[in-house]
Design a protein around this ligand. Sequence first.
Ligand code: PLP
Length: 419
Amino acid sequence: MTNSEELWKEANKLFAGGVNSPVRAAVKPFPFFVERGKGAIIYTVEGKRLIDYVLGYGPLILGHSPDSVKEKLIKQLDKGWLFGTPSELEIELARKITSHIPSAQKVRFVNSGTEATMNAIRLARGYTKRSKILKFNGNYHGSHDYVLIEAGSAATEYSIPTSDGIPVEIIKTVEVCEFNDLDCVNSKLKKEDVAGVIVEPIMGNSGVILPEKEFLKGLRELTRTYNSLLIFDEVITGFRVSIGGAQTLYQIYPDITTLGKIIGGGLPIGAIAGKADIIDNFTPSGKVFNAGTFNANPLSMAAGIATIEELEKGYPYNIANKAAKAIVEELENIIKVKHTINHISSMFQIFFGVDNIKNYSDVKKANREYYMRLHELLLREGVFIPPSQYETIFTSASHDNDIVNETLYKFKKVISELM
Ligand SMILES: *Cc1c(COP(=O)(O)O)cnc(C)c1O
């Protein structure tokens, strides 16, 4: 079977909605099935070539199957891939994380960003002996019960909670404020017994939304005042917006940082990092339980180390950031209708029909049908941007000048058709 339509029919017999993660089904009329990827390019099973700006929804900052990561993985495959005992690789990757992420002294490796935030929340509760969590409207922290309340990527429409099957008792433990609204945070922290405030320091799951100047600083001060922990969910921003994440960029340091995506170099991973006296509360040294058969598995460790070794050379950021900047600047010239583009380093998103996006409620005012039409037209021309207004357009170290110029040529073509 070598075409996506046939595979899609089979997939629908086997998987709910034909997929194993919902956003994949947003590509219409059916998702293309990918055969392989190299650099900035993916090829579908039909052999169609696409320039990729989705990049696995964030992890692939070097592009697809970079030689450095591939070689390290092959070496590890020769040695074995699961031992159930510690390996030197986990020390190497943890050293890289603690040397680059300022607030990270110790690390616990898990298998996904979801596990990272779930355990970070348990850790905050165990450490403070409080039960409530404060999150922000449209922030996405993975797919477990405690964070599927007004969650970005997961919701296409306003919904509380974002999923069926979440007990009302759990919903009651989660307070929600609008991103960039410090007054709300102040009043919630004053009123409630909040164990931790969890935030995407730069929102990447409702499109891209930047924190206003005083927002992160305000969160840092308010959480200190009320003895609540500040948790930065840097699953997207960690090692992307700078090698030290958003906390380095803004010089605001949380108590706990959750990581994922890039630190696994494209293999499954998550991590909870923070001050030693907080992380030490995890079992076996402490009483906050966490365990995992695949925690710190050698293949994810190897891919993560190889990826960060490349990032340490600097060039990936130069190329990826330059690509995003060039595309955004040119789009500002060629898009003639009302719109706004939110952009930082190698991530951006376009919102039509609005001129300022500072929180999730603003995103809901954007013309999402227009965005989806842009996605469809670009796909026809061989450029893959996310099939959802609520995701981020990413560039990578493989998005060189030729790729950018080809992309802009195609953008110009479809924009004139769109308008
Ligand atoms: C992707 C993401 C997660 C969830 O990570 P998974 O590995 O998909 O479970 C959590 N938080 C943020 C900010 C993310 O972007």
